[in-house]
Design a protein around this ligand. Structure first.
Ligand code: ADP
Ligand code: MG
Length: 257
């Protein structure tokens, strides 16, 4: 079985990478999980996952005639398989993001859940690719009207490419009363459920600074608890690995979103 999720947002900095690793670690209790830093232009998962010093990354798989294999760029960390991406700008320039299809298809053969840490969807053309590849998307949004409006645009793109919304995760929440009001309204506009509200929590920033995923650094923090609860609400669909891999390989690369 395999199901691929894009962890996406409209703009950057909403907590996609934090959420990708947190959901991944929570789901890894029950599933074989692979997380991929598909934000190839603004990669930062390596810093969150203690992989800043590794030699081979996704960038090495996205160049023409790559010598590296997918296994070379896959690291066992925190109970998951992690495919980080490098931050070198020349490597990004040389990389062909469409090769991500083949990488994800290869990974799909041997895992239950793939989480694609995705670029901020509204910021560039290639940013929608993970959204196209995924079965479903988890939207990580701050609970503000502009962020929700961005999230609805992302939902529109996703739906256009046949990708369902698995749910919305409100992150960096300051005021639970305020978010209750927003959640009520947002619930009417999004196709998926509100998976959770994650509080603004110093533990998340500390974890990032120390190069550890939040669920490893502060498993009992309020934010970690909220991410675990959200993961418990994501029921994983059995996609049949071969069919899913074929779909990845043949995914149509979108023009300008
Ligand atoms: P993105 O991948 O969307 O750009 P990150 O996951 O890298 O966002 O998060 C951006 C910054 O916000 C990081 O410093 C991270 O530690 C911090 N952050 C994420 N979630 C929270 C939270 N719930 N509370 C406080 N800080 C957070
Ligand atoms: Mg990120």
């Amino acid at each position: 079985m395999v199901e691929a999720f894009a962890v996406a947002s409209g703009k950057g900095g909403t907590g996609k990478t934090t959420a990708t690793l947190a959901l991944g670690m929570a789901l890894a209790a029950d599933y074989d999980v692979t997380v991929v830093d598909a934000d190839t232009g603004m990669a930062n998962l390596l810093f969150h996952a203690g992989l800043a010093d590794v030699d081979v990354t996704l960038h090495d798989l996205l160049v023409a005639d790559a010598d590296a294999t997918v296994a070379d760029a896959t690291y066992d960390r925190h109970g998951m398989r992690v495919v980080p991406c490098g931050t070198d700008l020349s490597a990004f320039a040389a990389a062909d993001p469409t090769r991500l299809r083949e990488v994800v298809a290869t990974l799909a053969a041997d895992t239950d859940v793939i989480l694609l840490d995705s670029p901020a969807t509204l910021e560039s053309r290639s940013a929608v690719l993970p959204l196209v590849l995924a079965d479903r998307t988890v939207l990580v949004l701050q609970p503000t009207v502009p962020a929700i409006s961005d999230g609805l645009k992302v939902q529109e793109y996703a739906t256009t490419y046949g990708t369902d919304v698995a749910g919305v995760l409100f992150n960096k929440v300051h005021d639970p009363a305020h978010v209750d009001r927003i959640t009520e309204k947002a619930g009417r506009y999004f196709d998926g459920p509100i998976l959770g509200t994650v509080p603004e929590d110093e533990a998340a920033r500390d974890a990032r600074r120390d190069g550890d995923p939040l669920l490893a650094a502060a498993p009992e923090s309020d934010a970690a608890r909220a991410f675990r609860a959200a993961a418990a609400d994501l029921s994983i669909t059995d996609g049949g690995a071969d069919a899913v891999a074929d779909r990845f390989r043949s995914a149509v690369i979108p023009d300008e979103p």
